[in-house]
Design a protein around this ligand. Structure first.
Ligand SMILES: [Zn+2]
Length: 59
């Protein structure tokens, strides 16, 4: 039984190491744009482009 636990811990450690190795390469800040408030409707525009609330219905 102890072997299984040890293997599981080792597996988790390897996963953590891979996760840490990947993180420095890609900054999380760039993936998600900063939430901006639409000047027209005042709602959050997460995409950063044209406001989906304002453009909605206008085609
Ligand atoms: Zn808007």
């Amino acid at each position: 039984m102890l072997k299984i636990v040890t293997l599981f811990l080792a597996f988790m450690a390897v996963l953590a190491m891979f996760g840490r190795l990947r993180l420095p390469g890609t900054k999380r800040g760039k993936d998600l744009p900063k939430p901006r408030l639409c000047k027209t409707c005042g709602r959050y525009n997460l995409r950063g482009g044209p406001c989906p609330h304002c453009t909605e219905g206008q085609g």
